[in-house]
Design a protein around this ligand. Sequence first.
Ligand code: SF4
Length: 259
Amino acid sequence: MSHATMNSTPTSQNGMTLEPTPELLEELAEASARLETATPEEIIAWGAERFGSGLTMATAFGPEGCLILSILSRVAPETYVFNLDTGYQFQATLDLRDRIAEKYGLEVEMLRPELSVPEYEAAHDGPLYVSNPNQCCFDRKIKVLHRGLAGRTAWMSGIRRDQSADRAQAAIVGWDKKFNLVKISPLANSTKQEVWGRIVKEEVPYNPMHDQGYPSIGCWPCTRAVIDGETDERAGRWSGTGKTECGLHSIDQQEGSGI
Ligand code: SF4
């Protein structure tokens, strides 16, 4: 299993913080533009080299996350990786942690909210995913993400620009104003077909629910299978509520984009 300390630069050691100075934003914009034509491996290697042990990754075990984990196992296996374990994840999602660990030797830490699901629902007279899903996501994802990112200088996500209109402007590298650190999206310019092509070819473990009509999988109360004719792969997330994101990936809160 991994998680030892990596080589680090003076501005990327775990426990240090970065400030979005003009110089840093310029560096990120230049890197993002340069990495537009790079492979995911090259982007991840750049992130590991630049930020060392300050680099982390949050994964929900989606196909993109699983592909990145397979690359991390070769390129930067000591990277700290965590999952936001809301208590509402599908069992098939939780099982992926073990399958990834078995295949790649990568340990994903499961970070949980302060209150268990029964405690949380008791405190709010029922499940907030029904009455106030934004608050539920804030309490059970965003707060936990802050904990996982504490002391880090860069985080990686598996978002792709072709996932949704919200994500179409995602930079390869940029400053995440919401969480106050660098955000790296090694698959931003990869297509769904490219990601799945690699997963199949390289036999990367993935959630079997993807073969059962669930292109995008989150918490079970807020995820349904897509219906015939639905082309938006995130159509089954928070369906019918008007909500499209849990708040982790606020593209309008990103600076330093090279696009
Ligand atoms: Fe709660 Fe649904 Fe958000 Fe999960 S996705 S944290 S269940 S509102």
